[in-house]
Design a protein around this ligand. Structure first.
Ligand code: SAM
Length: 284
């Protein structure tokens, strides 16, 4: 297509202009390759009337691609220099973006208010906080129906993992509370400046109804945390602290129709929701 995107020379020039030295703590690796942006935008399946939430727009690589696909982009950036520059970049490369981009200077792990209700999340996430950011946004912005995020490849696999697989764990189960996650590709290291040391992965998601349960989300998440805190223990042992004793844990597991000798990594989110109900007996 003809969508105007940032290339390596643009990124270098912008970084120089802003005197930006990419920091590891903020996971600042900027995409310098237009084909990667086209791939991410295509895989995100954004409809022309959607409002997209982008976390960490950085120098604007993905933002420009999203402005091509969506009606509106809300970009949440924690770095004041980058946030301040983004409207100029959008204006320069896409004059039609006028009025279609909101830049919010905030920490995406804490943000609870946005100028618009986004229906999609599309982001090249800062890798060290990718999972908490995704969970926070799914929890606080119910308008998010679907999305696609780029994360460390191993984290992409974890988010999309199914019960019984080796890498299935806390991120997999918690993500499944909100959504159905699917791996949508692998991205090499050389499409970034600076290049990270590990490959990246794409994960797409579609929101689902959370499991029907009398327990609250927090109560279910407490069981998930307890079950995986001691990964190699049986659920009977791992949940003894949560339940009060191994006998109570066994009772909770039996009531939920779960084998007390099994391990957490075989349970789907519905099973965790049933176990959590042990502390919430049905009202007579
Ligand atoms: N989207 C750009 C791209 O693809 O080139 C930059 C992606 S870079 C991997 C991550 C971006 O997230 C950086 O711009 C960084 O400053 C920003 N960031 C880091 N932590 C953040 C947080 N907690 N909330 C919002 N933005 C954050």
């Amino acid at each position: 297509g003809t969508m105007p995107l940032l290339g390596a020379a643009d990124i270098r020039r912008l970084a120089e202009e802003l005197d930006v030295r990419p920091t590891k703590t903020l996971g600042q690796n900027f995409v310098i390759d237009g084909n990667t942006i086209r791939r991410i935008v295509a895989a995100a399946h954004v409809e022309p009337d959607e409002t997209v939430l982008e976390v960490g727009p950085g120098l604007g690589s993905l933002t420009l691609g999203l402005l091509d696909a969506a009606a509106h982009v809300v970009a949440v950036e924690i770095d004041p220099k980058l946030a301040a520059k983004l409207p100029d970049t959008a204006q320069k490369f896409r004059p039609d973006a006028n009025g279609r981009l909101d830049v919010v200077l905030a920490d995406a792990m804490r943000v609870t208010e946005l100028p618009r209700e986004p229906s999609a999340l599309v982001a090249n996430l800062p890798y060290n906080v990718a999972v908490p950011v995704v969970l926070h946004l799914l929890e606080h912005f119910p308008s998010l129906r679907h999305g696609l995020v780029m994360v460390q490849d191993e984290v992409a696999d974890r988010l999309a993992a199914v019960p019984g697989s080796k890498i299935y764990g806390v991120p997999s189960v918690k993500a499944a509370w909100y959504s159905q996650m699917r791996k949508a590709g692998v991205i090499g290291m050389n499409v970034f400046w600076p290049a990270p040391k590990i490959a990246s992965g794409l994960v797409g998601f579609t929101r689902r109804e959370p499991p029907a349960t009398r327990a609250t989300r927090q109560e279910v998440f407490a069981v998930i945390d307890a079950a995986f805190a001691q990964r190699r223990k049986t659920l009977r042992a791992a949940l003894a602290g949560w339940a009060g004793s191994a006998a109570e844990a066994e009772a909770a597991l039996r009531a939920a129709n779960v084998d007390p000798g099994a391990r957490g990594e075989v349970l789907d989110v519905e099973a965790f929701a049933r176990i959590a109900e042990y502390k919430r007996p049905p009202v007579a």
